[in-house]
Design a protein around this ligand. Structure first.
Ligand SMILES: NC(=O)c1ccc[n+]([C@@H]2O[C@H](COP(=O)([O-])OP(=O)(O)OC[C@H]3O[C@@H](n4cnc5c(N)ncnc54)[C@H](O)[C@@H]3O)[C@@H](O)[C@H]2O)c1
Length: 256
């Protein structure tokens, strides 16, 4: 299957766990991938780890900063001369009870998880250069149901779900398709940080807790490559009739 043959896709938060699976799936579908993340050395190492030679690159970018994004997308355009898709995957979670959430902490969470999605999408839309493109936002099932100790994160992902609808509506006439996925229980450092926070508070062993943090119907953690293959499908032409949707990919945990 070469559903993304030679297409150039940017993945933000590119040095993270889920990004590795997304990058792999884009390559499997015949595309080229530019991973973007805060630390140049880390993101270049992540691109190298994909083992795709010249078909993967790592670029430093902070999704909260327009100038940083512009420069990073220009670097991708200078290498490959085109842009066909964007995966807004960069995200952070700050854990703690709602009544201990600080204004600064909430600002940071909203800056990366919401503002970052809008800013990167604006820059990408400029690079699609009138020929259209596809954007996939990595929201979360937390944006639909809400979980304890992550009120800011829950709210930020709910905002991503609505931003997805809004961009799909406004940009359809420019040939840009915008969708989101709502994962849950993917085995990455982010999920480990949740186990690390919760374990001492509920008197459980951290590893034992992590080992149970998966979708009940699936009976195991979700793998980054499984997220990646759904994302690669949504980036492809076959997904043209799916627009402005936020699709649960959490192994059946969220029924709506
Ligand atoms: N792991 C899960 O179970 C899960 C579930 C639902 C949603 N998600 C979402 O999936 C996405 C990826 O998460 P992950 O589990 O791979 O976590 P991760 O922590 O492994 O990766 C997140 C990446 O985002 C990068 N990042 C943070 N701030 C940034 C910024 N300002 N600019 C650029 N990059 C930045 C980090 O450096 C990191 O490499 C996130 O948006 C997360 O909210 C994860």
């Amino acid at each position: 299957m070469s559903t993304l043959k030679d297409r150039v896709i940017v993945v933000t938060g590119g040095a993270g766990g889920i990004a590795a699976g997304i990058g792999q799936a884009i390559l499997e579908a015949g595309g080229r991938v530019a991973l973007m993340d805060l630390d140049r050395a880390k993101v270049e190492a992540a691109a190298g780890a994909l083992g795709a030679g010249d078909r993967a690159m790592g670029v430093a970018a902070d999704v909260t900063k327009p100038a940083s994004l512009k420069s990073a997308f220009d670097t991708v355009a200078a290498k490959w001369g085109r842009l066909d898709g964007l995966v807004n995957n960069a995200g952070i979670v700050r854990l703690g009870p709602a009544d201990e959430t600080t204004p600064e902490g909430l600002d940071l969470e909203l800056a990366v998880n919401v503002k970052g999605v809008l800013l990167a999408s604006q820059v990408a839309a400029g690079h699609f250069a009138g020929k259209g493109g596809a954007i996939v936002n990595i929201a979360s099932n937390a944006g639909k149901v809400g979980y304890r100790n992550m009120a800011g994160y829950n709210a930020s992902k709910a905002a991503v779900i609505n931003l997805t609808r809004s961009l799909a509506l406004e940009w359809a006439e420019r040939g840009i398709n915008v969708n989101a996925v709502c994962p849950g229980g993917v085995a990455t450092d982010m999920l480990k940080s949740v186990a690390e926070f919760l374990a001492p508070r509920i008197g459980q062993d951290e590893k034992a807790l992590f080992d149970t943090m998966y979708p009940a119907q699936l009976g195991r953690h979700i793998k980054p490559i499984e997220v990646g293959r759904v994302v690669a499908f949504l980036l492809s032409d076959a997904a043209v009739i799916i627009r402005g949707q936020s699709i649960n990919i959490d192994g059946g945990d969220t029924p709506y």
